[in-house]
Design a protein around this ligand. Structure first.
Ligand code: CP
Length: 306
């Protein structure tokens, strides 16, 4: 693996290698975390052209735990604001001996463009591009599901909400189907479910009740208002009434179902606070597992030989 741009097309063996590697980096309680030298002498450049709390921070923690030097480019204060192009920015940062570019961009495909132009020893990790892909979120979601539920072969996973604008949904679907998940459902109003879902091997449900019935895992998605306009934009109240996950509706899933959400959460829009903070929520463990998964990805693409 040279770059990580998408979970689409990644074979099961690579997905499993990443999850198994991540399990070596997970520790219970932050005091027990040890640094490892796998990226000693290497430089990781975090390039977040779109805002982030979880992904940017956990990539920084992950790179530091791998002993890398970490550079967080402040895009708002960079010369991108003076019109410097994406590829000129990359060329100049490459001249500072970058080894890994972690890239988030509002344009789908931006990390691919960068990957086509960097030197062969430089690695690109997609930290979310437009509505296309968010592979490390997909991988940390797989880690979380495997941690709580074990083998994918017997699982029913429901992905609920604004699937149309969700790069997380696409990355999750590709990973879940490759890992042999028994049933993947996407659940949402017709306006927010893309037309190619059936071809992706998932079941489409247009009511929350049908979508989460007897499922093992419920992944809730945020309404991506920043990617919507006009007719697509449902009111928060309407959306919550039909597709908001409440404790009562969650009872339709299996009693031991887990509830996930990539964050950021809009409480009271796609999910009730009582579910976010309830006993079935694994939303904060997802964030913690994200560190180990990102350590695994960076060590696999660019790690020093043992
Ligand atoms: N899940 C996720 O990508 O969150 P951030 O936008 O905060 O990174």
């Amino acid at each position: 693996l040279i770059h990580l741009l998408s979970t689409e097309g990644l074979p099961k063996s690579i997905l499993t290698q990443i999850l198994d590697t991540a399990s070596n980096f997970v520790s219970v309680g932050h005091r027990e975390v040890k640094k490892v030298p796998l990226l000693r002498g290497k430089s990781v450049f975090n390039l977040f052209f779109e805002n982030s709390t979880r992904t940017r921070t956990t990539f920084e923690i992950a790179a530091k735990r791998l002993s890398a030097d970490v550079i967080n480019l402040d895009i708002a204060k960079s010369s991108a604001s003076k019109g410097e192009s994406l590829l000129d920015t990359i060329a100049n940062l490459s001249a500072m001996a970058a080894d890994i570019f972690v890239v988030r961009h509002s344009e789908s495909g931006a990390p691919y463009l960068i990957a086509q132009h960097v030197a062969p020893h430089v690695h690109v990790v997609n930290a979310g591009d437009g509505r296309h892909a968010h592979p490390t979120q997909g991988l940390l979601d797989m880690y979380t599901i495997r941690h709580y539920k074990g083998d994918f072969a017997n699982l029913t996973v429901a992905i609920v909400g604004d699937v149309l604008h969700s790069r997380v949904a696409r990355s999750d679907i590709h990973a879940l189907t490759t890992l042999g998940c028994a049933e993947v459902r996407v659940v949402g109003p017709k306006t927010l479910v893309p037309s190619d879902m059936a071809q992706m091997g998932v079941r489409v449900c247009h009511t929350l009740e049908e979508g989460i019935k007897d499922c093992d895992v419920v992944i809730m998605l945020r309404l991506q208002n920043e990617r919507m306009s006009g007719a697509l934009l449902p009111s928060s109240q309407e959306f919550f009434k039909s597709f908001g996950l409440t404790p009562t509706k969650l009872q339709l899933a299996k009693p031991d179902a887990i509830v996930m959400h990539p964050g950021p959460i809009n409480r009271g829009v796609e999910i009730d606070s009582a579910v976010v903070d309830g006993g079935q929520s694994v939303i904060l463990p997802q964030v913690t597992f994200g560190i180990a998964v990102r350590m695994a990805v960076m060590s696999i693409v660019a790690g020093n030989e043992a």
